[in-house]
Design a protein around this ligand. Sequence first.
Ligand code: HEC
Length: 197
Amino acid sequence: MSNDPKEPLLLDHNYDGIQELDNKLPRWWVWLFYITIIYSAIYLVYYHVTRTGDLQAAEYANEMKIGEQIKNGAMGKFESTIATLQPASDAAVLESGHQTYTKLCAICHRVDGGGLVGPNLTDDYWIHGGKYSDTVAIIWNGVPEKGMVAWKKNGLKPNDVIAVASCIYTLRGAKLLSPGKLPENQAPVKTGPSQFE
Ligand code: HEC
């Protein structure tokens, strides 16, 4: 830069030889600046003076409400189809059901389905009905007062329930390594592929 003292834009300070030109700001930059000021005034009136717009917390609550409605709709739709469901035989579905079973259910129903706190799932005795759809319904809704978890509220989606119920369906009549839990006074029902009773 020129050190010419006649340079009209040159300011008179000088730091270690570095000097400053008092350039005019470009018009477009100045306009951006005005626009932000106007925007902030509108924002202030809209959100904080007239309170026309929702603030973050209210927006979050609204979105959660909409999400809840969508979820309830999907759950209701699934519930209305339970009675007509058939067990899946697809290997990938059964495998994912088996993983869910091992992770969440084996702790109460034993790894092989023989029963511990929860009843035996391999015999022909069922407390809540032995149809596949009964199994789906009981996994979905649970029996909280008896200690069976309502899985719709505990992280299983309809497809997970279908998969794990299909996996349980394949356990019917399974040969157990050690005797399973005895039935609790129910009448036996022939329900699946089991030749057990
Ligand atoms: C905390 C223990 C516990 C866990 C975990 C559990 N259950 Fe149960 N389950 C029970 C009990 C207890 C019952 C018996 C309920 C009753 O007496 O009405 C039961 C009943 C059932 C029944 C009905 C059996 C019948 O005879 O009608 C099915 C099916 C079942 N559970 C599947 C599952 C599946 C699938 C999972 C995992 C996703 C699971 N349970 C996890 C405790 C458990």
